[in-house]
Write a protein that binds this ligand. Sequence first.
Ligand code: ADP
Length: 335
Amino acid sequence: MATKNTDNKQEDQVIDLALRPSRWDDYVGQRKIKKHLKTILDAAKKRGEVSDHLLLYGQAGLGKTTLAYLIAKEMAANLKITSGPALEKMGDLAAILSNLEKGDVLFIDEAHRLNHMIEEVLYPALENRKLHLIVGKGAGARTLAIDLPPFTLIAATTRANLLSSPLRSRFGATFKLDYYEIPDIETIIQRSAKLLNLDIEPIALNMIAKASRFTPRTANRLLRRVRDFADVNDAVKVTEDIAKQTLEMLEVDNLGLEPTDRQLLLTIIEKFKGGPVGIQTLSAALNDDSGIIEDVYEPYLMSVGLLTRTPAGRMVTPEAYKHLGIKNPKGDSLI
Ligand code: ADP
């Protein structure tokens, strides 16, 4: 029997899908990327070819997967989805590649987690549409080259610097998705609220937007929690008070910081006198994976000016002391 928790998770996933834009017009923000992409796709369509391979990078929840869906739709193509960690053996990728049909779009999420052997299969497939298979074993083994139909690879990653440079060089265009502006996040929340049939006051909407880490997925997640809170309290409208109480319950503060973010700042302040501290030392002190610290916590803390990376390590800024209400022993200067 499903537990309440898995029920909630499944419901969240269903809602996630329902909120995912299926038209370019509903894909808010990232204007330059949309324009550039449209040019690439229009040109490919005009020539009757498939688009170049594309690399999308940026933090989780910024809309990379959604873009892949929109690109496939624009090209009237089938979208096949996999991810770096799902491709363990060379045969896993070979099976996917050999099943591709003309014009298909293959989306590989978390591409920085592709292992070296898989990359070796991918290179000739991207370069000249060849799939090299090894048939037989030992001395009798030989390589068979299979022709692949024209297809487009869209790879997504949160960490472009971890992709090997030979792989990176095989993409015709690379797009970096940035954090969204607050008005764009407000538009996304407004659209989601409409789809969820939720009446929300502008001030509550603004409060959720500000706590969303400038990230659409977080904005939608907070909106769902606010909706739960309103439902449980029989509220017909999401007011400022409801949004405030929900955020308090989730321990999300007015900058969108969660307990783990505050813990990271506090640890640097209390254990390392505000820094600098190296990532491995910090990871050990927090008992958290250094990749998660680098991928999830740090980019946002840096974007709101509470943390800096220096050659000597991570340092909190005077703003971090202010935000946490802690006296800065160094005054307001960084050094
Ligand atoms: P990523 O692949 O970068 O982790 P997703 O594409 O899965 O992010 O986006 C997460 C959710 O955020 C989507 O389901 C969608 O509802 C919403 N979203 C992302 N980008 C946008 C956007 N530009 N406009 C509207 N909603 C968006």
